[in-house]
Design a protein around this ligand. Structure first.
Ligand code: PHB
Length: 357
């Protein structure tokens, strides 16, 4: 029988347990450069089977939030090297999440120019800027001839991640950011080969994956999707068919894992998509994410419904989540007021079990 705390071997790598630290934006990288404090934070969580970093923008065009890290310049690489070293020194594994915000960015990040998107469809809601919340704008639709530059940004960022010492990368195709905007019909009304049919809407993700796999090897690549998430004003006419197709499309590429946000981050409960259908269409490893507890994570793995389970907020507040699960110990509560931005408070000062007593 397999459990959350049993090891898993993927290709030649053995992960000591099946807990994944989910990617979480923490806005503590001034000028986009990862800091020593970030190295401490990730190092504290190195007992996870796998850490996936917060989203790291793949270019200046990709930025959409204050003080998020980049992964496209020498300075970014040098900053991330201290993070990967801190995790590896403790025997951990860490993938870098590659992020392009697309339409939910704001002109403030682009010298007054519009953010880019598949189509000029304005999302409802507000962008986080250095001057506070501002209404989302109507983005500029990418021209067909600009698409190769987007693919190149992902390829370059993946190469930078490997240079920074990461064990692999996760392509962020979830939560209403650029690749998800292409995937879903509510944000993509293009009439070229990147819009219209499901195959066309999934084409950019396919081409990005192909370029990145070619650059760093498919076993070092994961993809994150969020079939029912309406966060960032996302909608799709037929999410089951769309994401079954995505899983089918990614299978022959041999990518390491498909990481599925199974919930709607806005709190709606949408049961219109059967995640296990998506799982069945995918022949790699499946990472489940969304409100799992130790017990439900264990049950999901024991049932064969997932290979690993990703924990977000519990990992943020419990650097030693693995040990706490091993001992069935109580968990620290997360403090929402310190999630985004700030210093070590609410970041590297959550106590371990030893420090709790
Ligand atoms: C956020 O900053 O709220 C955020 C960032 C990336 C995600 C989801 C949410 O994938």
């Amino acid at each position: 029988m397999k459990y959350l705390l049993s090891p898993i071997t993927i290709d030649s790598t053995t992960y000591p347990n099946r807990l994944v630290m989910a990617p979480m934006t923490r806005n503590r990288a001034p000028e986009g450069i990862p800091t020593a404090l970030m190295a401490k934070y990730y190092g504290q969580r190195a007992s996870a089977g796998l850490i996936i970093t917060e989203g790291a923008q793949i270019s200046q065009q990709a930025v959409g939030y204050p003080a998020t890290p980049g992964i496209y310049s020498d300075a970014h690489i040098a900053g991330w090297q201290s993070v990967t070293q801190a995790v590896h020194q403790k025997g951990g594994h860490i993938f870098c999440q590659l992020w392009h915000c697309g339409r939910v960015s704001h002109p403030d990040y682009h010298e007054g120019n519009l953010p880019v998107a598949p189509s000029a469809v304005q999302p409802q809601g507000q962008a986080f800027t250095y001057e506070g919340l501002k209404d989302f704008v109507t983005p500029r639709a990418l021209k067909l001839e600009e698409i190769p530059q987007i693919i190149e940004q992902y390829r370059h960022a993946a190469a930078c991640a490997i240079q920074a010492g990461f064990d692999g990368i996760e392509i962020h195709a979830a939560n209403g950011y650029l690749l998800d905007q292409f995937l879903r019909s509510g944000s993509n009304n293009r009439d070229d080969i990147y819009g219209g049919s499901i195959e066309n809407r999934a084409r950019l993700l396919q081409e990005v994956c192909a370029a990145v796999c070619n650059e760093i090897g498919a076993k070092n690549v994961g993809v994150r999707i969020s079939p029912v998430n309406t966060f960032n004003d996302m909608h799709d006419a037929n999410p089951q068919s769309l994401f079954n197709h995505v899983a089918n499309m990614l299978s022959p590429m041999g990518i390491n894992y498909l990481h599925v946000v199974e919930v709607d981050m806005t709190g709606n409960t949408d049961t219109s998509v059967d995640m296990q259908q998506i799982h069945q269409h995918f022949n790699g490893h499946y990472i489940a994410n969304g409100s799992y507890t130790k017990e439900s994570g264990d049950n999901t793995i024991a049932a064969g419904d997932a290979d690993m389970v990703a924990y977000g907020i519990p990992y943020l507040a419990n650097p030693d989540l693995v040990e706490r699960f091993q001992k069935n110990s109580p968990l620290n509560e997360a403090d929402q007021s310190t999630f985004y931005g700030g210093d070590e408070h609410g970041y590297t000062d959550y106590p371990t079990l030893k420090e709790n007593t």
